[in-house]
Design a protein around this ligand. Structure first.
Ligand code: PRP
Length: 285
């Protein structure tokens, strides 16, 4: 298999989770501070640790083959970057926010405002689409302080928990786009490396599927097994093992983490008892 070059964030909101995903996928590499690139010991992969904003350019120029970045960055870069799979972390949105006390009722209230942002292309596309005429003030960091120091009337920035806006007395008024981390390549991807890429995607999928699921075991009276089984989502069919106690069985299956509490209430009402829930490390289908 041909070696593939993967770019991940050197620091910032995607760095930790990108490393964790690679490690959970069984890829071994040294992870020390301030390194630029590293060779993986047990998978044909070189990892490049790069500045977030530089990654789309390296990708489209073919310096790296694939990357883990946020969709917000792809949209902003306007380069030929293709999303291969969502990675279900670093979820955020690009939004417009105004000072808490500013009156804002409709989108046209933005007209003629000065808006500070690190996402000028994203903002520009949004303004053009809505026929708004605003002044875009590009800054590279700490966008949220711009209105407080009189640099702008509003801001356009990433919002995740909303804490940064809250601390700076800003109010989110419009969401331009939603974003999460994705694995991507570009049109210049060398197809002779596709086998390695497919293998990596297969591993990522197994890790992500496991993260979304829980292994669940419960005791069920034999006459309720059919009812309980019907209520649970299963892979093929649930595993049913007899208990030593007459008339009872242990039922095992996998459920979606999202629907966890909902499922528990339903199966308890249907007669399940002694429910155990365990994390799943990998899920290979
Ligand atoms: C972004 C953004 C805000 C913060 C919002 O910065 O610029 O500062 O996250 O997150 P919150 O809604 O959870 O408070 P990031 O941490 O990505 O770093 P940056 O300042 O380098 O963009």
């Amino acid at each position: 298999m041909k070696k593939i070059k993967l770019a991940i964030q050197k620091s910032g909101r995607l760095n930790k989770e990108s490393i964790s995903l690679l490690e959970k996928s069984g890829i071994k590499f040294e992870n020390f501070k301030d390194q630029l690139k590293v060779n993986c010991e047990n998978f044909p992969l070189n990892i490049y640790f790069l500045r977030n904003s530089d990654i789309p350019r390296y990708l489209s120029d073919g310096v790296v083959d694939i990357a883990i970045i946020g969709q917000n960055l792809i949209y902003e870069s306007e380069l030929n970057v293709n999303e291969l799979m969502p990675l279900n972390f670093s979820k955020c949105r690009v939004s417009i926010a105004v000072p808490e006390k500013m009156k804002f009722e409709k989108i046209s209230d933005l007209n003629k405002m000065k808006i500070a942002t690190s996402y000028p292309n994203t903002l520009n596309k949004f303004l053009s689409k809505n026929n708004l005429d605003c002044e875009i003030h590009k800054i590279n960091g700490s966008v949220e302080i711009a209105p407080n120091i009189g640099l702008s009337d509003a801001i356009c920035d990433i919002v995740s928990t909303g804490n940064t806006l809250y601390k700076n007395n800003l109010r989110e008024i419009l969401t331009i786009s939603n974003s999460e981390a994705v694995l991507c390549n570009s049109d210049s991807f060398d197809q002779s490396k596709k086998q390695t890429l497919d293998k990596l995607i297969f591993r990522f999928n197994s890790v992500l599927r496991a993260k979304r699921s829980k292994y669940i075991l419960m005791n069920v009276p034999n006459d309720k097994i059919k009812t309980v089984s019907k209520l649970l989502p299963v892979l093929k069919s649930p595993t049913i093992l007899p208990l030593e106690m007459k008339g009872w069985s242990s039922l095992h299956t996998v459920i979606d983490d999202d629907k966890f509490w909902e499922s528990i209430d339903i199966i308890k009402d249907a007669g399940a008892e002694d429910i155990l829930v365990c994390p799943i490390e990998k899920m290979v289908l």
